[in-house]
Design a protein around this ligand. Structure first.
Ligand SMILES: *Cc1c(COP(=O)(O)O)cnc(C)c1O
Length: 363
């Protein structure tokens, strides 16, 4: 039986040929392929600059630095995200503040974020929403909070590389981890329309140097020519990847509609479906996960609310019950296999498996 995991890359012979071509060439790092990949990313998303980084996490660190975060500052973000979103705030010496999710979008609740920011007048330097699962979040609603606080708006778009945005954050970060929309193995980028941020990002990823002088403490966060060759080649198929993810998500939605104990994810025509995440009601999530695993299907859980991670609990004193919506979601969530190489029959196998489990539970 074919094993199915929740996500995986699609690297083809063209991608491999491009990587090999770079390996035979003059530059393995800091050469023309980095620039070509950055240009293609910026054009695709529709922003002026794309600056690549060694990972999505270092891209976030770069964005927080460019936003000017320091010790004594705060950034507001969502409780439901990968730890890298708020860890990048901590790297600068600033402190992340978490607001709960809006259960209708699974993204940072605008009203709760606004109320939280009000408690720290003059101290909020960044508002950091996450387009969870690929949901097209309403940038305008967060822009208002950023303006009220004179803060920088940074979208963690690790789940949502797309060309569909009408409105942009001040900076938008991407990840090219193998489960994301395109991969460079490890890698990330920050996109921006502002010259000032682009200059700071370039400097920060290259030891804080500018015209051979070190201006600030930076890092080596560069992405190599080899990684960028893979990314550049993957960009040729990004529209196809997204179209296929949308087809598969539509098939899941159709096959699972009306199934007992299942709550389907929020859907939207601009959704780019990084993950297909269900909620399983009546305490059946763990049982279903085990049943799927016994049938060769490996689901995943996204995410334990970050403030309830042991490190954050200990450092900041967060407790169970502080983020009721995110906690409820986490207790019920299961991510099903979703990636462009998945076949329609694979989706049917997964949904049949879910239906069989629910029938078994009824008796
Ligand atoms: C993948 C991801 C990142 C970055 O992860 P890297 O593995 O460092 O590329 C950041 N935030 C979110 C929400 C992610 O899913």
């Amino acid at each position: 039986m074919k094993k199915l995991s929740y996500g995986r890359q699609w690297v083809n012979d063209d991608d491999i040929a491009e990587v090999v071509r770079v390996l035979h060439g003059d530059w393995l790092t800091m050469g023309p392929t980095v620039e070509a990949f950055e240009k293609k990313l910026a054009e695709y998303v529709g922003m002026k600059y794309a600056i690549t980084f060694s990972s999505g996490t270092s891209a976030l660190h770069g964005a927080m630095n460019a936003a000017g975060l320091h010790e004594g500052d705060y950034a507001v973000t969502t409780a439901l995200t990968f730890v890298a979103t708020s860890n990048s705030v901590l790297y600068t010496g600033a402190v992340p503040l978490f607001a709960d999710i809006d259960p209708d979008t699974l993204c940072l609740d605008v009203k709760k974020a606004e109320a939280l920011a009000k408690k720290y007048p003059g101290k909020i330097k960044a508002i950091v929403p996450v387009s969870f699962a690929g949901y097209p979040l309403d940038i305008k609603s967060y822009r208002k909070i950023a303006n009220e606080n004179n803060a920088v708006l940074i979208e963690d778009a690790s789940h949502a590389l797309s060309r569909d945005r009408a409105e942009f954050a001040d900076m938008m970060t991407l990840s090219f981890h193998p489960v994301k929309h395109i991969t460079t193995a490890e890698g990330g980028a920050v996109l921006t329309n502002k010259d000032e941020y682009a200059e700071k990002l370039l400097r920060f990823r290259n030891h804080g140097t500018q015209q051979k002088e070190m201006i600030e403490l930076g890092y080596n966060y560069r992405l190599s020519e080899i990684h960028c060759a893979l990314g550049l080649s993957q960009m040729n198929r990004l529209d196809e990847f997204i179209a296929r993810r949308r087809e598969l998500a539509a098939l899941y939605l159709e096959q699972l509609s009306g199934v007992e104990n299942i709550k389907l994810p929020p859907s939207d025509k601009k959704h780019v479906w990084h993950i297909f995440a269900l909620q399983v009601e009546n305490n059946l999530r763990d049982g279903l996960a085990e049943y799927l695993r016994n049938n060769g299907i490996n689901p995943m859980t996204h995410y334990k609310p970050v403030p309830l991670q042991p490190y954050y609990r200990e450092k900041f004193g967060y407790n169970s019950g502080d983020f009721p919506e995110a906690e409820k979601y986490y207790a019920q969530e299961i991510s099903l296999p979703l990636y462009p190489l998945l076949e329609n029959n694979d989706v049917k196998r997964v949904t049949e498996c879910i239906k069989n489990f629910m029938i078994k539970e009824r008796i």
